[in-house]
Design a protein around this ligand. Structure first.
Ligand code: ADP
Ligand code: MG
Length: 474
């Protein structure tokens, strides 16, 4: 070692560590987990060099050890050398920040640190209201499938449900597009907390409901009751806060409730359909509160997660679909979990009606309108050609005036697939079929859909046509 780094201060060493860590974790993780830590001391006893940093709570200790153990070890070794050791001072009492306990970062197998002292914000608090939580028991962690798309939000949710009000995730704001699991996840947190403690007041409310209750309380001169009720909650869950946009009075009331609950160490969980910076019509001071804790997004699920969700739902409903069918759905419905479920329900309805085993090609026909178009290169003329070849008639005939039965059928099938597989308007499709009116195309679609529902032979005919188009689109 040429450069002797022993003169370095605790702050200097920790700053170097932070530089390394910053390069290895997301901005959000860095801000949440590492920025609040401060260096306490750097001691050298001849054998080891002991860097101590202060953690704001025991929760940090658990989280860091669980998620960043190896990063921290490597970082400290990198900065201090092989004899470097990391120690934590953990603040165990928020009121007296000097009250700390010390733990080594790398506990040997023989001594597992056990900390008995914990803050208990919920202890001894009388329950003043009998609260209806409005939690939907069907939404649990057990049936919430984990994936890259929801990992941060889910693990934060789990952490909160273990110690509500005591994690740095207060509030937790979960955001993401429609049908990605926001409502499910925030109910799951509530249900988990309820399962582990019956002394806590938990309330789930959509922001619409909150708004309506508030408005009603004004009309009935009961604002005091409203406000006292929400201040008695230990875990407040508000869904879809974007609906507060433009409702100034409600926002103001919520702002004060939020502040009071937060000060008391109560847990607040929020959801929104977009990131806080894109929410319109919400006062800056309230938006900035939303960002106090953790903001975690839900992304559309990856293929593997979609498959897992489908399998889980199917078996939950006592259904069995072949892996091909599951795969087919997962491959084509990609950005909304509610639509995945909708597809399963539709297949279920079909199975009960027709008592037939569902194959991937049947699924293709049944789910046609839910499936994202992958046939963009197919033209109306190509569709006509395939259909006419199948029915063995001259392509000119479907454009001609004739009303012969087999021609009418080919024409209708051609119109149906043109509607399903291309982006063309009804008018354009009509024009390609001999200048017919758009209402003729609507009629054709309706008639095909009727036959699809009632006639098994007809269904299998369309399936084999469908397979030909699939070949075309590859
Ligand atoms: P959002 O509130 O974001 O619109 P929901 O929570 O209502 O979405 O979710 C839509 C549907 O998808 C619900 O039936 C929910 O149970 C299901 N769902 C969402 N995410 C998951 C998941 N990770 N695992 C299993 N089911 C999920
Ligand atoms: Mg929702």
């Amino acid at each position: 070692m040429a450069e002797e780094p022993r003169q370095i201060s605790a702050e200097g060493a920790w700053d170097q560590c932070l530089d390394i860590i910053r390069d290895n974790v997301s901005d959000q993780s860095f801000t949440t987990w590492f920025a609040p830590l401060t260096a306490v001391s750097l001691e050298n006893d001849g054998k080891t060099r002991k860097l101590t940093v202060k953690l704001p709570s025991r929760f940090y200790y658990e989280w860091l050890e669980e998620h960043y153990f190896s990063l921290l070890c490597k970082t400290v070794t990198n900065v201090l050398g092989d004899d470097g050791r990391l120690y934590y001072d953990i603040v165990i009492n928020q009121q007296e920040a000097d009250d700390v306990m010390q733990l080594p970062a790398r506990p040997g197998p023989s001594h597992k640190p056990v900390v008995k002292v914990e803050r208990q914000p919920f202890k001894d608090r009388p329950t003043r209201f009998k609260v209806n939580s409005n939690l939907n028991p069907a939404y649990t962690f057990d049936n919430f499938i984990e994936g890259d798309c929801n990992r941060l939000a889910r693990s934060a949710g789990l952490a909160i449900s273990r110690s509500p009000g005591e994690t740095p995730f207060n509030p937790l704001l979960v955001y993401g597009g429609v049908g990605l699991g926001k409502t499910h996840l925030i109910h799951a947190i509530g249900n988990r907390v309820r399962g582990s403690s019956d002394s806590k007041n938990i309330v789930y409310a959509s922001s619409e409901r909150f708004t309506n209750q508030f408005v009603a309380s004004i009309q009935n001169n009961k604002v005091r009751d409203f406000s006292a009720f929400y201040r008695s909650i230990d875990l407040l869950i508000i869904d879809d806060v974007q609906f507060f946009g433009g409702k100034e009075k409600t926002q103001e009331e919520f702002f004060h409730i939020f502040n009071d609950l937060h000060t008391l160490g109560k847990q607040i969980i929020l959801s929104a359909d977009r990131s806080p910076r894109d929410i319109q019509g919400i006062e800056e001071r309230l938006l900035s509160r939303f960002k106090w804790g953790l903001t975690a997004d839900l992304q559309p699920p990856e293929l593997e997660t979609r498959i897992a969700i489908l399998n889980r739902k199917a078996s939950g409903d006592g259904l069995e679909f072949s892996p091909e069918v599951i795969h087919f759905i997962a491959q084509h419905i990609t950005n909304n979990i509610r639509e995945l479920e909708g597809a399963l329900i539709r297949l279920l309805a079909h199975t009960t009606l027709h008592e037939e085993e569902i194959s991937a090609s049947v699924a293709k026909v049944i789910l046609r309108d839910l499936i994202q178009p992958t046939y963009s290169s197919l033209t109306i003329d190509q569709i006509q050609a395939v259909v006419c070849r199948y029915f063995n008639i001259d392509q000119d005939l479907v454009r001609a005036k004739t009303r012969k039965r087999e021609v009418v059928q080919a024409r209708q099938v051609g119109m149906y697939f043109s509607k399903q597989l291309t982006q063309h308007s009804l008018k354009t499709i009509g024009l390609h079929f001999g200048g017919r009116d758009h209402s003729t195309v609507i009629h054709a679609n309706r008639s095909i859909n009727n036959q699809l529902e009632t006639d098994a032979n007809f269904r299998s005919m369309l399936e084999s046509l469908q397979q030909q188009f699939d070949l075309h689109s590859r």
